[in-house]
Design a protein around this ligand. Sequence first.
Ligand SMILES: [Zn+2]
Length: 146
Amino acid sequence: MIVYSLHCSNGHRFEGWFASAEAYAAQRASGRVACPACDDRSVGKLPSAPYVNTGRGDVAQASVKPDGREGTPVANVMSAMKAFLLANTENVGRRFPEVARRMHYGEESHRGIRGRVTTEEAQALEEEGVPAVALPPALALGEDVH
Ligand SMILES: [Zn+2]
């Protein structure tokens, strides 16, 4: 599993999850990597390293791990990621910005959380340096928002 920070030619930024670097290259070459905001297929990688909030107070770098499964359908990867997220993170719903901040400033113990934020809230978190990662629409977990 590898996470890339991607951008389209219209300047939208989004995360892409791929089975491997080779899978990303193959999908991009065949026009199957599209911007979720405008469906643009001219997608490129941002130079910054992708990250997820591990809940351990550190930042885990996504690593390229060729595993010989380049042919894995994206749907399988997505369902594996969903299962991982559901098992390893606590759903805090709309309280995500508040809880993420409290963890960032050491007012709450670090743990993996998931939830929902508005575009403005996501931007504010990023400006404050609170680690969080946006999930692509295909990874929507279909949960009620509290
Ligand atoms: Zn776009």
